[in-house]
Write a new protein. Structure first.
Length: 245
């Protein structure tokens, strides 16, 4: 039976065309034993439309992941089968599709200083039903380091056996660098504000009430202090945390 089916398929030629009203037709042409040809036409419009919709959805998802710097991965626990999206390739360095992703490859990309922590977090997620939620460093193919945030959830069967795990990887390198630069700039401003010999104040725009003043302003010998005292009643400063600077 299989041999006859193989012979039948070998003698079949298939082509597709679109009709004037937008329908898609597959035409299968078979060679007959008497030397003739048999044509079978099949309307595959619904299948074609579903394929186009799926392709557009996949393209849209890939584009959204590229813009956000967010990739996703899936692990089948029993077989250790692993897959990830092209964006994880882009985050980590290898060309998309250049290597077959494996669970071991994911762990190998983690910075050696963070590897034990990441492995423990993954094991706890799989075996102790804990949600994966961790920031860690990775080492890219070119040797550079990036900082990523990973989240993941495990699916279990009714007996509590882990079946699969789905996760995401978000590149937060630029965000962390920007936050560190802002904190450094704020600390420099705070230090300059506090230690400046000149009288300096921070006040609210709506009513002019002081939010903070520096030591130069509060020194009795400060000419600026005396002029301010003479021209307006002194309002006790409302101290605020310097962590926001």
């Amino acid at each position: 039976m299989e041999a006859r089916l193989a012979e039948h398929r070998a003698g079949c030629a298939t082509r597709a065309f679109e009709t004037s009203d937008g329908r898609w037709i597959d035409v299968h042409e078979y060679a007959m034993r008497d030397g003739g040809r048999a044509l079978v036409r099949t309307d595959v419009t619904d299948r074609r439309q579903a394929e186009v919709a799926l392709r557009r959805s996949q393209e849209s998802l890939a584009n959204a992941q590229r813009i956000a710097g967010l990739g996703n991965w899936d692990l089948t626990v029993a077989t250790n089968e692993f897959s990830w999206s092209d964006e994880i390739f882009r985050i980590c360095g290898p060309e998309p599709g250049s290597r077959r992703p494996t669970y071991a490859m994911l762990l190998d990309m983690v910075h050696p200083g963070d590897r034990a922590t990441v492995r423990k977090a993954l094991d706890e997620a799989i075996h102790n039903s804990r949600r994966l939620n961790i920031d860690h460093r990775i080492v890219c193919a070119d040797g550079s380091e990036r900082l990523v945030h990973q989240q993941g959830e495990v699916t279990f069967d009714t007996a509590g056996v882990p079946l699969s795990m789905a996760g995401t990887m978000l590149d937060i390198t630029a965000r962390k660098q920007a936050k560190a630069a802002l904190q450094e700039a704020n600390e420099r401003f705070r230090l300059a504000f506090r230690t400046s010999p000149d009288a300096m104040t921070i006040s609210r725009l709506e009513d002019g009430r002081y939010v903070d003043v520096n030591e130069g302003f509060t020194r009795p010998s400060s000419g600026s202090f005396q002029r301010t005292s003479a021209s307006a009643p002194m309002i006790r400063p409302e101290r605020t945390s310097t962590s926001g600077w």
